[in-house]
Design a protein around this ligand. Structure first.
Ligand code: PMP
Length: 398
């Protein structure tokens, strides 16, 4: 039965990481994989996480089963982080939350839930979007439609084209929006655009679905959640998938959350029972350790402050790198405007060079990024910046 199988092509980002590891160039730079890196190029365990882990090790008494929804205390604390502590949907008990295996688990279970609500639902996603959105959402049976989003010529959102495309969505269709730090473009909706999209979705009876994987890494915890919180205040129903992979640095611990907002507390309870039954039939219940760490941090004022301070260092480092990259390019012989990079948010931006130029950076200068020219800005540091800018200049002149 297995003899007819052929190998699935390796994920291009993972394949690139393998070549990067084998590369012996002393100035090699990895701008590919989407993890935060510090000045030394490391992805360290955050201090608040280490303290919480030590506390858990000393106090945990059981590894017995939890529940499909995971820890209720984690769910409550993360809900306050995401929606803000006094959001009407929380006060009105219209939100059902589930701790999930990462943001991926939240996205997939959201898709399973939505498909269970209406098997004809379509989900609209941005062009481009994070590549894994397609298998995560499409794999649950949702039909995927695309709306234009990033305009590579203008290095910005083509907002009118986005609105025009969504005019052809029909009532009950779902619209996936990146809460902040759009992956792969770094181009985020501004407040007016969030409101204009909300007006359109409201008028057409569309369901908002927010994927927020980078809360706190764009402009700040509250700023990054602006769109999500505004939609939750306006819409009777929505879903949101969030992740603690980046902002708590818990990547491999698989810690995320799915929120379903329903029109009434009764409907939320029913939605929860549907969701938990889906979870039971997929992975039964989420892994516990990462969520226990987050729960510990968010339940302790001092630890929360330590975490927020560390997160601010990460956010400011990324913004600082964006600014110094643009400044160094401006001061170099490169005669091209890259100022869009400092207007964008989060770890990613498209450099906007051709795939041949990406290949030249890789083969001639050992600088690695994916073919679309999406770069992880956090992979840069003060030491390698000059090398990067001079290599970029060379491939642009070639
Ligand atoms: N959504 C987006 C847009 C992402 O970039 C990511 C991580 N790369 C995720 C969701 C989920 O990440 P994880 O499952 O690791 O929490």
């Amino acid at each position: 039965m297995f003899e007819g199988l052929h190998a699935v092509p390796q994920d291009p980002i993972l394949a690139m990481l393998a070549s990067y590891r084998e590369d012996t160039h002393p100035q090699k730079i990895d701008l590919g994989i989407g993890v935060y890196k510090n000045d030394q190029g490391d992805t360290p365990i955050m201090r608040a996480v280490q303290v919480a882990e030590a506390r858990l090790l000393a106090t945990e008494t059981t590894k017995s089963y939890t529940a499909p929804a995971g820890s209720p205390v984690y769910n409550e604390r993360v809900a306050k982080l995401v929606f803000g502590s006094d959001h009407p949907v929380l006060n009105d008990k219209r939100v059902v939350s589930a701790q999930t295996p990462g943001g991926c688990g939240a996205l997939r279970m959201a898709a399973e839930f939505l498909r269970g609500c209406n098997e004809d639902s379509k989900v609209w996603v941005s062009t481009p979007t994070w590549a894994n959105h397609m298998p995560l959402l499409g794999g649950a049976g949702l039909e995927i439609c695309m709306y234009p989003y990033y305009d590579h010529d203008n290095k910005n959102i083509d907002f009118q084209a986005m609105l025009d495309a969504l005019e052809s969505a029909v009532a009950g269709d779902i619209v996936l929006l990146h809460g902040c730090c759009h992956n792969p473009s770094g181009a985020d909706l501004n407040k007016e655009q969030w409101h204009a999209i909300a007006d359109l979705m409201e008028r057409k009876g569309l369901i908002p679905f927010v994927d927020m994987a980078y809360q706190g890494l764009g402009a700040g915890i509250d700023e990054d959640a602006y769109g999500l919180r505004m939609l939750a205040a306006r819409f009777p129903e929505m879903v949101a998938a969030t992740s603690c992979s980046k902002n708590f640095g818990l990547y491999r611990e698989r810690t995320g959350t799915l929120f379903i907002v329903a029109a009434t507390p009764e409907q939320a309870a029913n939605a929860g029972s549907q969701l938990f039954s889906k979870i039971r039939s997929h992975y039964s219940m989420p892994p516990s350790h990462g969520a226990a760490i987050v729960e510990t941090i968010l339940g302790d004022t001092e630890l929360s402050q330590t975490w927020l301070d560390e997160l601010a260092v990460m956010r400011n480092r990324i913004q600082g790198l964006r600014q110094s990259l643009v400044a160094k390019i401006r001061d170099s012989a490169i005669d091209r405007d890259f100022s869009f990079i400092e207007q964008q948010f989060g770890m990613f931006s498209f450099l906007g060079i051709t795939s041949a130029q990406v290949e030249a950076l890789r083969s001639q200068h050992s600088i690695y990024m994916i073919d679309s020219s999406r770069m992880n800005v956090a992979g840069l540091n003060d030491e390698c910046m000059d090398y990067f800018v001079s290599a970029l200049g060379e491939v642009l002149r070639a």
